[in-house]
Ligand binder design. Structure first.
Ligand SMILES: [Fe+2]
Ligand SMILES: [Fe+2]
Length: 128
């Protein structure tokens, strides 16, 4: 267990990003219209930067599932582009907001978790 925790800490830069993304996603549905615009913008900017960073690492460590993972990032980005205007206009907790949040959450909790496990299993250390 202690060994597992120690190995897990090596992936901290990516894990920290994921924690931050999940935090923004949990705030967004209940944010007021004014705050939703700010949180939405923050989330999109954060995601864009994170995807670039994560994809670069995946290539660097020869992650076998890299192409499917990148395609998933693209799908999320396209989904956000399509639904964010509606999400920002609507009421709290509207369907567009919830769909965007669900898609991002699912990606972080399943696809990204798979990548983090790959790093841990292969003893790969990430910088910073
Ligand atoms: Fe990802
Ligand atoms: Fe990620």
């Amino acid at each position: 267990m202690a060994e597992n925790k120690r190995r897990r800490e090596r992936t901290s830069s990516i894990d920290q990003d994921h924690t931050q993304i999940l935090k923004l996603v949990s705030v967004l549905p209940q944010a007021s219209q004014e705050n939703r615009r700010k949180v939405g913008r923050l989330l999109v900017d954060y995601l864009t930067e994170h995807f670039t960073h994560e994809e670069a690492f995946m290539r660097k460590v020869n992650y076998p599932d890299v192409n499917r993972h990148i395609a998933d990032h693209l799908k999320i980005q396209n989904f956000c582009i399509e639904y964010f205007p509606e999400a920002l206009r609507g009421e709290r907790g509207n369907e567009a907001v919830l769909s965007i949040c669900a898609k991002i959450q699912e990606h972080v909790l399943f696809s990204d978790e798979k990548f983090v496990n790959y790093l841990v299993e292969n003893g790969i250390t990430l910088p910073g």
